[in-house]
Design a protein around this ligand. Structure first.
Ligand SMILES: Cc1cc2nc3c(=O)[nH]c(=O)nc-3n(C[C@H](O)[C@H](O)[C@H](O)COP(=O)(O)OP(=O)(O)OC[C@H]3O[C@@H](n4cnc5c(N)ncnc54)[C@H](O)[C@@H]3O)c2cc1C
Length: 390
């Protein structure tokens, strides 16, 4: 029995949820995903279908139009969507990092304003922490928020921010300027910012990833956001920030688990059908073993993802498990995709077979949302008690 089931999700509930996601996704599939990516368009139809079926809001409280369950259920949704050939990274952002942060730390007005539309899919929220000069070192964030009458003025820049073109709001991490802050405390805070604000410019970054989701560098030149748009206390943003980062890692792990399943499904079908020496190619161990090895990694990764989600939902410390899950899932998905491409021979690189198209996306997750090196730094320090190396 998986850890998740042992901790709480009813197996019948899980089966029904998986079945529902599969049926919502079935009219779309990888061809739809790839076409949207080439058109550089938002996968609006799929996103709305997921919202209409209540799947984007599974982790959002019922009083705000959600399903009132947890990140465990959202991880199941994310895995199944990716396993259907439509790996939407947005699932790890808008309904995960953003909705989880607002659920845990938003004011009642912020929850009322955003959670129902995030649940229905009518609104999308982007998340902006990465800066050109700070990179993995969030302590070096230079974007500042200055207190002014009726709100805050934000200045600085962010980079590789996904989905700004389709977002109704961006959750921005900025440093509160101590001299002007209401409390005199300096520190990171989260702000809800309208992407259409005066002084905010977005510039598209071209990346080698086949995905409908586009990335942007953002320039904030004294951008105003009102008093009601700060999430949590001024300068006390670390707690809200970390609350949201674990669901983002769990969501990324779930997406990678789904991608690994998608690749292994395709590979095993092909390996049973393709015959070049009088037997199916799957009977050659040189092909079968890498697939079997990837399956073992996937089993472990799914169990760890379930554990991380269950810890988060139980209000327990989920940081090591979430980091480890994301690490293992990126190993599992990389191995699965590589073995699946090898199994397909030349067809592995053909757009039509829907595997080569995923190389950039799967590779990305060794870099984002947190790099493999930073995950291992965390584990070395928190689990092994080794000195901080950075
Ligand atoms: C397609 C895409 C989408 C993204 N979407 C978003 C988004 O929506 N919102 C957002 O805020 N960000 C987003 N990012 C940014 C992403 O989170 C960062 O790229 C990532 O955190 C790494 O930061 P960096 O690129 O600045 O690398 P750097 O910090 O410059 O690191 C470069 C390399 O050095 C290694 N390194 C750095 N420090 C250490 C250390 N102490 N020990 C060992 N190795 C180290 C890193 O692991 C990495 O391999 C996205 C990135 C991409 C490519």
């Amino acid at each position: 029995m998986s850890t998740l089931l042992a901790i709480g999700i009813d197996p019948e509930e899980e089966r029904l949820l998986r079945e529902t996601v599969r049926s919502v996704c079935s009219p779309y599939g990888h061809e739809y995903f790839e076409r949207k990516a080439r058109e550089r368009g938002h996968p609006r139809e799929l996103w709305s279908a997921l919202g209409d079926a209540g799947l984007l809001g599974v982790a959002i409280p019922e009083e705000f139009g959600g399903g009132g369950t947890g990140i465990s259920q959202l991880a199941i949704v994310t895995e199944e969507v990716a396993a259907s050939g439509t790996p939407l990274m947005l699932l790890a952002l808008s309904p995960a990092v953003c909705a989880a942060t607002l659920t845990a730390f938003g004011t009642s007005d912020q929850r009322q304003e955003w959670l129902p539309t995030l649940a229905s899919g009518e609104a999308v929220m982007a998340f902006a922490i990465t800066e050109p000069d700070a990179g993995s070192n969030s302590h070096n964030i230079r974007t500042t928020a200055r207190k002014v009458d009726g709100g805050w003025r934000i200045s600085g820049s962010k980079t590789y921010i996904s989905h700004v073109d389709n977002a109704q709001a961006i959750l921005v991490v900025a440093k509160v300027e101590a001299a002007d802050s209401a409390t005199g405390r300096e520190g990171l805070s989260l702000f809800i910012v309208d992407p259409q604000s005066e002084g905010l410019e977005a510039s598209d970054i071209s990346v080698e990833i086949v995905s409908p989701e586009r990335q942007f560098t953002l320039f904030f030149d004294d951008v105003f956001t009102s008093e009601g748009n700060i999430v949590g206390e001024p300068g006390a943003g670390l707690e809200p920030l970390f609350a949201g980062l674990n669901p983002e890692r769990i969501g990324s792990a779930a997406l990678l688990n789904g991608l690994a399943r998608y690749a292994l499904d395709k590979a095993s079908t092909y390996a049973n059908e393709r015959n070049v020496w009088g037997v199916p190619i799957g009977s050659h161990q040189a092909l079968a073993h890498p697939l079997a090895r990837a399956q073992v990694l996937l089993d472990a990764s799914q169990a760890l993802t379930e554990k991380a989600a269950a810890l988060y939902d139980a209000g327990l410390d989920a940081s090591s498990a979430s980091n480890s899950a994301k690490f293992l899932a990126s190993e599992a998905a990389s191995s699965a995709l590589d073995a699946a491409i090898q199994t397909h021979g030349g067809n592995g690189m053909a757009t039509e077979y829907g595997l080569g198209t995923l190389l950039g996306l799967v590779r990305l997750f060794r870099i984002a949302p947190v790099s493999t090196e930073m995950v291992l730094n965390h584990i070395a320090r928190k689990r092994l008690g080794l000195p901080k190396s950075y």
